[in-house]
Design a protein around this ligand. Structure first.
Ligand code: CTP
Ligand code: MG
Length: 189
């Protein structure tokens, strides 16, 4: 049972990589055109300058590409579960849910941050750390429910969700400190 749980935890982190990565790609590939085109809503920016089209597009694209690389890796070393097979294109929808869902959650969070009067980059505990988890799981639950239940629910696999909820703030902190030290990010969170 112990090794089974370890395997479930590692598998869920592996499957969640395309949801973990987009924001980091968005930081690296962030551009100049804001998603809200600079427009405001009730006196505050809709999303703010921290949410750009190139961050959204390249963040989604490179995280999906990373997921495809993971699938190729699994062809040689089939040690973890996969996003699908290369026999049909369903894996692209799974990867899109993970990566775009992740950035979508981040975007919606920014919408609420602006409504609450938080400036771009200002820290909002809990939501800053779970926005993308909620977004990715929500997209999977809506558009890829079978894959989601099979990999994150049945047969004790729900432990993977608990593990992601516990480990994400820790990973988030570590990655952001690295990003900050490498001058990609303005703040260490
Ligand atoms: N980024 C981007 N496009 C996105 C998401 C992120 O260009 N869709 C880039 C921006 O340069 C952003 C950085 O990644 O500043 C860090 O992302 P995040 O922490 O999510 O944004 P914040 O700047 O903190 O803005 P907010 O307060 O709205 O969360
Ligand atoms: Mg931020």
């Amino acid at each position: 049972m112990f090794f089974e749980i370890i395997f479930i935890v590692l598998s869920s982190l592996w499957l969640f990589l395309p949801a973990y990565l987009p924001n980091n790609f968005a930081v690296v590939f962030s551009g100049k055109i804001p998603i809200d085109f600079g427009k405001s809503f009730k006196g505050k920016r809709i999303f703010g300058d921290g949410k750009t089209w190139s961050g959204l597009i390249f963040g989604t694209f490179f995280a999906m590409l990373f997921g495809i690389i993971q699938m190729v890796f699994l062809l040689f070393f089939p040690i973890f579960p996969s996003f699908g097979t290369f026999e049909n294109l369903n894996f692209l929808i799974v990867l899109f849910c993970l990566s775009f869902g992740s950035l979508f959650g981040d975007l919606i969070k920014s919408f609420f941050k602006r409504r609450l009067g938080y400036e771009r980059g200002e820290k909002l505990p809990v939501l800053d750390q779970y926005d993308f988890v909620i977004g990715a799981f929500l997209f999977l639950f809506i558009f890829q429910r079978d894959w989601f239940l099979l990999n994150f629910y049945y047969g004790y696999k729900w432990i993977g969700i608990i593990a992601i909820l516990i480990l994400t703030p820790i990973l988030h902190r570590v990655v952001n400190i690295i990003g900050y030290k490498k001058k990609y990010k303005k703040e260490p969170w």
